[in-house]
Design a protein around this ligand. Structure first.
Ligand code: EPU
Length: 334
């Protein structure tokens, strides 16, 4: 059923109050194909969990809200279980479900907002793990030719916060298959904060549930809860710079943190750049830069998407002026 003039406020984690001219929810593949056929000539936006999007204006077209639910275990061998989840499942509920069933591999990705179908788009990652580490295949609907195809790991071209789905907006993810461990799972606690927290709790042999608990408590401490404060997680990507650029920054800021990617390239935390520019915690009229994780822009209530977008442009300009680094936006701007 196509509805008219619907507020998208509850469909985006930034809580931006814009209207869609038309709105429809699809609950199955068949419904999706039918709606896609009926809306061929319209301006269409496919919306999942809405947790990586910033609406800067009303949407003059039809929003198709992907709400296809369902999770199933496909096959289990001695060490591994293949799990298939449909796009409309909430990501964190899915993670919790896997942990309850003692399946390891995505516990570090606990509490990431959004739906299963959005996870491959930006190859979600946190605390030393990325989706691609457990990814097997996904089912993809092409809104141009209405075909449904299976994409494997290689087809998806996963990279840091990137994939083929970011480049080709015609591709809509319908379901995802992951390869999780039911035995001999190697816990990944390499990310600094996790080990510190485990030590504090005196846990020497962490279970997947322990890791998930620790990740949740770090996230709760550092990141604003989108249910309370509108946000879309990291607004920018962590930039990669050449060694000479890093050396140049070190001349002025000798405490610049960096992660070596290879002999030539280093990743610098965008949060550090924003904090060093003096912008951490800056609050404007109902929106701003978060006070404990400056990589996150926040809507304290009633902000316009365009205000937040303009703030992001100002941040980019300031970072470029100081560090000669161009920050890349991670969130989709509509
Ligand atoms: N930092 C500061 N000031 C701050 C916060 C951080 O200088 O206020 C610096 C510190 O040097 C710190 C470093 O930034 O060591 C890294 O901070 P953090 O561990 O919080 O991670 P991040 O690189 O800022 C990335 C992801 C997050 C993910 C965390 C944890 C990106 C763009 N963001 O942030 O993902 O939760 O690592 O793995 O890669 C998201 O994508 O929405 C997201 C929240």
């Amino acid at each position: 059923m196509i509805k008219k003039n619907i507020s998208l406020k509850k469909y985006n984690s930034f809580n931006i109050d814009v209207n869609a001219k038309e709105f429809v929810e699809v609950n199955s593949k068949d419904e999706l194909i039918e709606i896609a056929n009926r809306t061929k000539d319209k301006n269409v936006l496919y919306l999942g969990g809405g947790s990586n999007i910033l609406f800067t204006r009303d949407f003059d077209g039809i929003v198709i809200h992907l709400n296809i639910k369902g999770v199933q275990f496909e096959k289990t061998n001695s060490d591994e279980t293949v799990v298939q989840a449909n796009a409309g499942e909430n990501w964190n509920n899915f993670v919790e479900f896997c942990i309850k069933n003692n399946l390891g591999g995505i516990e570090n990705l606990s509490m990431i907002p959004g739906n299963v179908g959005s996870a491959p788009v930006q190859n979600i990652g946190a605390y030393g793990v990325e989706l691609k580490d457990v990814f097997l295949t996904c089912e993809v609907f092409n809104k141009n030719d209405f075909s449904i195809k299976t994409y494997n790991l290689e087809d998806c071209k996963f990279d840091y916060r990137n994939s083929i789905f970011k480049e080709n907006k015609n591709l809509i993810i319908l379901s995802v298959r992951l390869k999780l461990k039911n035995k001999n799972h190697k816990i990944n606690s390499s990310y600094g904060g996790i080990n510190d927290e485990l030590k504090k709790l005196k846990i020497s042999k962490p279970t997947i549930k322990d890791i998930s608990n620790v990740v949740c408590s770090i996230r709760k401490r550092k990141l604003p809860d989108p249910k309370k404060i509108g946000n879309a997680g990291s607004f920018f990507k962590n930039p990669v710079v050449k060694k000479d650029k890093l050396e140049w920054i070190k001349k002025y800021f000798n405490d610049v943190p960096s992660y070596k990617l290879d002999d030539k390239n280093y990743k610098i935390p965008a949060a550090w750049l924003i904090e060093s520019a003096g912008l951490k915690g800056k609050e404007l009229d109902g929106f701003g830069i978060h006070k404990t994780q400056p990589l996150v822009l926040v809507n304290y209530g009633g902000a316009k998407g365009d205000d937040i977008y303009k703030l992001s442009l100002s941040i980019k300009e300031i970072i470029f002026k100081i560090f000669k680094i161009e920050l890349e936006t991670e969130v989709n701007i509509i």
